[in-house]
Write a protein that binds this ligand. Structure first.
Ligand SMILES: [Zn+2]
Length: 71
C-alpha cells in the first residue's frame, strides 16, 4: 500500500491508499503513478486505515488475491 497525499508535494495527510505490486515500480494497480518516497504499508492493512483505499486498486487486488478459506 502506497500513500497518495492530499498535497502531492507535501507528505502528511493521506488522500487515498493505493496498492502497488512487487516489481511494478511505482505504478499502482489502478495505473496511477505514485510519488517517490511516499509512506508505504503492508497490504495486510488494506481496509483498516483511517483514510480511504482506492476503489480500483481494491477491485484489482481482490481479483488477484485468493480468499482466505472460510472456517
Ligand atoms: Zn489506486
Amino acid at each position: 500500500m502506497w500513500a497518495e497525499y492530499v498535497d502531492p508535494g507535501e507528505p502528511g495527510a493521506v488522500k487515498w491508499w493505493h496498492m502497488v505490486r512487487e516489481g511494478d515500480g511505482n505504478v499502482a494497480m489502478c495505473g496511477k503513478e505514485m510519488g517517490d518516497g511516499v509512506e508505504r504499508r503492508s497490504d495486510r492493512e488494506w481496509g483498516n486505515t483511517a483514510e480511504p483505499s482506492c476503489h480500483t486498486c481494491g477491485a484489482m487486488y481482490l481479483r488477484e488475491v485468493p480468499y482466505r478459506a472460510a472456517a
